[in-house]
Design a protein around this ligand. Structure first.
Ligand code: AMP
Ligand code: GLY
Length: 421
């Protein structure tokens, strides 16, 4: 397994439950993952080194967690060496790597998404703004870890966002129509020729209570997204968005294999695509995987080997999962490093799953923060209220003086009110 965050801890935890697993290596892994895998110091940017490691150890499947190695072509390098890999090629991962690519694919295939203009200079972007009202959305084209998007409420804010984008990255912008509705994430496993839904979730992207403050990678999530994504809407999203996307990629000779994460806006006119990601969500994996009832290794291997159509359809536990991200003070701007973390065992004993996202062990063996998002604490329950109570009860047991978390994950769904924003 490639990666070392909370998503990868959830993957490792679930993979370790597969009877077919003989040995799990994680590169680079983290202290939580180390309970399920041997962590190895491989440079995942060095593709020949990863291929050579996999061959020498007789690795039967490589699961790639994060997007960066996929966009960089790690899956291609492994496939070229006949190492089975769960994750898309660089060409297919452009769905996440380039918003402009995805928008143009949507336009060509008639996939519902926000009206957009691609701009390659500040002047083009400024001119494009005049074609939209406000609010309007300004996005940087490349990978930006959720930080490259500005929803501008006024023309002045939009212009400022455009100026900043071209001053900083100098690259390319997508200006698009603001979509109104509830957001939900749909996960789909694909193997070049077939695809199957693999759970849904809702993220909480803003750093502060009540969805305030800057965007983050995600401060908490729950699964399933049943309060807004009905089975009918999910089927419609599969039919109108996911299936034509996979067909368009296959027709271009770059079929998709791996997990496709569709970020959806459920508008009055139906589901529309906000964005695609080429991997599981983080922290969405920390709620989707604990509800999955099957053998993850077998399923991911079936996807990697193009046997998804023969595998039994994925089944999920009834009930819900909710995860609360505990972040280091200062996240997302300047997270405090090195804060001591204690009493994780007590939180686990209380019945929660504690996934390590940004932790490291000091020379003394003590657990310390080493990233912005530090832990993801997941509660499971027969319904969302129970899952939430279990997650927060466990968070309260953890001692992490330099940390903070949102108190309101899942709050609006339980209040039966509006979703994010
Ligand atoms: P993205 O990185 O494209 O997922 O965008 C990050 C967040 O910005 C999304 O989760 C939405 O909350 C918001 N967003 C992005 N595009 C739009 C849009 N066209 N309309 C409304 N909100 C959007
Ligand atoms: N939690 C959002 C993401 O993984 O992209």
């Amino acid at each position: 397994m490639i990666g070392g965050g909370g998503r990868e801890h959830a993957l490792a935890w679930k993979l370790a439950q597969s009877p077919g697993l003989s040995k799990l290596y994680a590169a680079p892994g983290n202290p939580g993952i180390a309970r399920h895998a041997e962590c190895v110091a491989l440079d995942v940017g060095d593709h020949p080194a990863v291929v050579s490691f996999a061959r020498k150890r007789g690795v039967g499947l490589v699961v790639v967690g994060p997007e960066a190695p996929l966009v960089a072509g790690l899956a291609d390098a492994l496939r070229a060496a006949d190492v089975p890999v769960f994750g898309p090629s660089a060409a297919a991962a452009r769905l996440e790597g380039s918003k402009g690519f995805t928008k143009e694919l949507c336009a060509a295939a008639g996939i519902p998404t926000a009206v957009f203009v691609r701009a390659r200079s500040r002047e083009e972007a400024r001119a494009a703004l005049s074609r939209f009202g406000v609010p309007v959305v300004v996005k940087a084209d490349g990978l930006a870890a959720g930080k490259g998007v500005v929803v501008a409420a006024t023309a002045a804010e939009a212009e400022e966002a455009v100026d900043r984008l071209f001053a900083e990255s100098g690259a390319e912008a997508v200006i698009e129509e603001f979509l109104e509705g509830e957001e939900a994430s749909l996960f789909v496993l694909a193997d070049r020729t077939s695809a199957v839904p693999f759970g849904s979730a809702r993220d909480h992207k803003r750093v502060g209570e009540g969805d305030t403050g800057p965007n983050t990678g995600g401060m908490g999530a729950y699964s399933p997204a049943a309060d807004v994504l009905t089975p009918e809407l999910e089927a419609r999203a599969m039919r109108e968005i996911v299936a034509p996307t996979l067909a368009a990629l296959a027709a271009r000779g770059t079929p998709y294999s791996g997990v496709l994460y569709a970020g959806l806006m459920l508008t009055r006119a139906g589901p529309k695509l906000i964005e695609y990601n080429a991997r599981f969500g983080d922290p969405e994996a920390q709620v989707v995987l604990p509800l999955f009832k099957g053998d993850l290794l077998e399923l991911l291997l079936a996807a990697a080997e193009g046997r998804l159509a023969e595998a039994p359809p994925p089944r999920f536990a009834r009930g819900a999962a909710l995860t609360v991200v505990v972040a280091a003070r200062g996240y997302p701007r300047a997270p405090a490093a090195g804060g001591a973390i204690e009493r994780v065992e007590q939180a686990e004993a209380a019945g929660a799953l504690v996934f390590h996202a940004g932790t490291a062990r000091g020379a003394d063996g003590a657990l310390r923060a080493s990233g912005g998002r530090v832990l993801a604490v997941t509660g499971l329950g027969s319904d969302l209220a129970e899952a939430r109570a279990r997650a927060y009860a466990a968070v309260a047991l953890i001692r992490f003086a330099d940390g903070f978390h949102r108190q309101d994950i899942g709050g609006r769904a339980l209040a039966g009110g509006e979703g994010e924003r």
